[in-house]
Design a protein around this ligand. Sequence first.
Ligand SMILES: [Zn+2]
Length: 145
Amino acid sequence: MHKQIITDRFLLSRKSTPATKDDLPSALDLRDTFNYINIQNINRESECVGLAANQIGVFKTILVLANEKKKAEIIINPVIIKHSQEMIDSTEGCMSLPGTQTVKRYPMIKVEYVDEHFKKRTKTFRNIQALVVQHEMDHFAGKLI
Ligand SMILES: [Zn+2]
């Protein structure tokens, strides 16, 4: 079921803890929320490319991002195990905040995580997907752009 997006900075500064299988319903809520936002957003003015569970008030390390086919992919307990040496400027928006900010990000990251079946996976994310994963992982740390 889709949830309301939290915009309160104090609440968003709260840190997340690792998710367990008991948190899978929250992962599905997060995916529903992502899909709901993009269905509402028919004019594509503020397309949602990723969401962190913090943003629906669930303080667990769960995120969704738009995959290559623009479908919502659930990433649980991600850990960056490798990244590019250089960082690039990334101008980003956030569904919880107005406007955009430019931050430094790695254009390539290799991540270990579990999927929505709690199966362990390793994946290399590049470009927009790499930036989105880092943005959402900042949310886990209570950090906003
Ligand atoms: Zn955000």
